[in-house]
Design a protein around this ligand. Structure first.
Ligand code: ATP
Ligand code: MG
Ligand code: MG
Ligand code: MG
Length: 567
């Protein structure tokens, strides 16, 4: 790119209503211009970074097996009435009427539209799973738009929605997305943390937010430096990654159970038939009718069969335990090691398998189980922590240390929607037995435009932005000094520019013929990570000057080695 043909528009001062560093710098560097509260134009310089973020997000989503679609920004009210969010969503939902007086919304999110697509297109278990995503403009009439693009009213989101035949498959995709988001934010060059998040009205086990760690974040994150525990302090019910712990009051016999990881393995091991009518539910606070024996399986990484059991009967409503003694048997995937995903409703149970001789439960070690165990009697209830009033130094809910608190900017959110929308909107498929079932759904959002602000909050100094290389508007700026006066400078600068382009470097040649001070100030403000200066003084000795945006001093590099050095 030639600067003379591009558009550079920097400001000495940020507008007085700009509150946080990233917002000030984005305005000063000419990345965005404000149109109205929470509504911005992406200027050419900012758009280059935005597109780079989108590209990384698309590459990783495609790689993870999701399929890109593009849904409309304007959506008919009928869909929102069907899901009952027309009433529930409140004033953040921008509603409008067309010329025929029909109601529409400008989409703040797209569960309704995609569920409508799925119920029309996906009819059989053979078409599942499917994960559709888009990179699209959202509108939320935020009560307090602020911090520039970080809390805009119009903003770009990557939103993905997955559809599954059963819960086990939703959990698989949820983990896939957890890993995908981890890759995306790593590639973007951000310092981030995944934290357990509230599932609000949906309940259930699965929701994580991804936060960019920054002082100006609007959320408080509680985390334990000695373990994996991390959660948004909005969480009213926080469980650590490890849950049930053996109670010290009874010593339990441990047996070696190599390869026993699933309900089927265990049935094999115990030589008992496991009926396919296993009933399973999430147990925390739930109860069964008095006297009815139950089989209780601790859910975990390996317990896909147990999770499947939950699907077989489709029991999602809570049962009631009259007493803990009703819980006869528990087994499964080691209650102390439930994997990387924090965990709410912990246990799944079966009311039909009463005939087991020995009670077996996971023993916190791979391939070991306790025998003769009873959850209610032999295991301590895991503590459920309400994090809403937590302060630094409080014990971590997983019992592995004490909590620290930092602030975070929510840049991503993954969520197990379960059947909330498929039930409300009759999104069903025919299973292998020809029975109609509601699809299990997940949704996965990334605040694409917010990421730009968050990246700058994390990477700046007194002179301006310091872009992570992957999302800088240009990777390198070539600043010729005395371009108008020196043929040698012009010639060498042009030639170097072309070789850098050829080497695949995203370079801009500043051919505006500005004084060095002006050029340098502009590019330091804009935050281009690498700068090469080429001038008569150095050229005499065949040298150019290289300086990284974070470097204190420039290096002299032989012109002949410039491309290799930079590459
Ligand atoms: P917040 O808690 O910040 O209001 P949210 O939880 O309402 O966000 P989600 O519904 O989870 O947002 O949307 C997915 C992602 O979209 C968020 O993780 C965030 O990165 C981004 N996002 C949400 N609201 C905005 C906004 N007003 N401006 C820019 N990005 C946003
Ligand atoms: Mg919000
Ligand atoms: Mg939030
Ligand atoms: Mg969220």
């Amino acid at each position: 790119m030639l600067a003379s043909r591009f558009f550079i528009s920097t400001l000495k001062e940020a507008p007085s209503d700009a509150e946080v560093t990233s917002q000030k710098l984005m305005l000063r560097a000419g990345l965005i211009r404000k149109v109205a509260a929470g509504i911005y134009t992406w200027m050419p310089m900012g758009l280059r970074s935005l597109r780079k973020v989108e590209t990384i997000v698309r590459e990783e989503m495609n790689r993870a097996g999701a399929i890109e679609v593009l849904m409309p920004a304007v959506q008919p009210a009928e869909l929102w009435q069907e899901s009952q969010r027309w009433e529930a969503y409140g004033p953040e939902l921008l509603r409008l009427k067309d010329r025929h007086d029909r109601d529409f919304v400008v989409g703040p999110t797209h569960e309704e539209v995609i569920t409508d697509v799925a119920r029309r297109e996906l009819k059989s278990y053979r078409q599942l799973p499917r994960h559709f995503y888009q990179v699209q403009t959202k509108f939320r009439d935020e009560i307090r738009p602020r911090f520039g693009v970080m809390r805009g009213r119009e903003f770009t989101m990557k939103d993905g929605y997955s559809f599954h035949a059963d819960y086990a498959d939703l959990e698989r995709e949820y983990r896939n997305m957890y890993d995908t988001y981890t890759r995306i934010f790593t590639r973007l060059g951000l310092d981030f943390r995944a934290v357990a998040a509230d599932t609000g009205s949906i309940g259930g086990t699965g929701s994580h937010e991804f936060h960019v760690i920054a002082e100006t974040g609007e959320d408080d994150i509680a985390y334990c430096p000695d373990s994996d525990f991390a959660a948004n302090v909005e969480l009213a019910e926080a469980f650590g990654p490890g849950v049930a712990r053996p109670s010290p009051s009874r010593s339990l016999e441990k047996v070696h159970t190599p390869g026993v990881k699933t309900i089927a393995d265990l049935a094999d091991y115990l030589k008992i038939p496991v009926e396919t009518t296993v009933k399973a539910i999430v147990v925390k606070g739930d109860e069964t009718p008095a006297g009815e024996p139950v089989l209780l399986m601790v859910r975990g990484d390996h317990e896909l069969n147990a999770i499947k059991a939950q699907k077989i009967e489709g029991i999602l409503s809570p049962l009631t335990f009259a007493s803990p003694e009703d819980i006869l048997v528990a087994f499964g995937a080691n209650p102390g090691s439930l994997g990387p995903i924090g965990f709410k409703g912990r246990v799944i149970m079966d009311r039909t398998v009463a005939a087991m001789a020995d009670f077996v439960i996971g023993a916190n070690d791979d391939d070991w189980h306790y025998v003769g165990a009873n959850i209610g009697r032999d295991f301590e209830e895991p503590e459920v922590a309400d994090l809403r009033n937590v302060v630094a130094g409080d014990p971590s809910p997983d019992g592995k240390g004490s909590l620290e608190i930092c602030r975070g900017i929510e840049v991503g959110h993954i969520f197990q929607l379960r059947t909330k929308y498929s039930e409300a909107m009759c999104c069903r498929f025919l299973d292998e037995n020809g029975r109609e079932q509601h699809m299990e759904m997940g949704c996965y959002g990334i605040g694409v435009t917010r990421i730009l602000g968050a990246a700058i909050e994390q990477n700046n100094d007194a002179r301006g932005i310091i872009w992570p290389q992957a999302i800088a508007p240009f990777e390198l700026v070539l600043c010729p000094v005395g371009l108008g006066k020196s043929d040698a400078v012009r010639e060498h600068a042009t030639r170097l520019y072309e070789s850098l382009l050829e080497a695949g470097i995203d370079v801009i040649l500043d051919d505006r013929n500005e004084r060095p001070g002006v050029m340098f100030a502009d590019w330091e403000l804009i935050g281009v990570p690498h700068r090469v200066v080429i001038g008569d003084r150095g050229l005499k000795d065949g040298l150019i000057e290289y300086q990284g945006r974070r470097d204190v001093e420039a290096l002299q590099i032989p012109l002949a080695q410039a491309v290799d050095f930079i590459r």
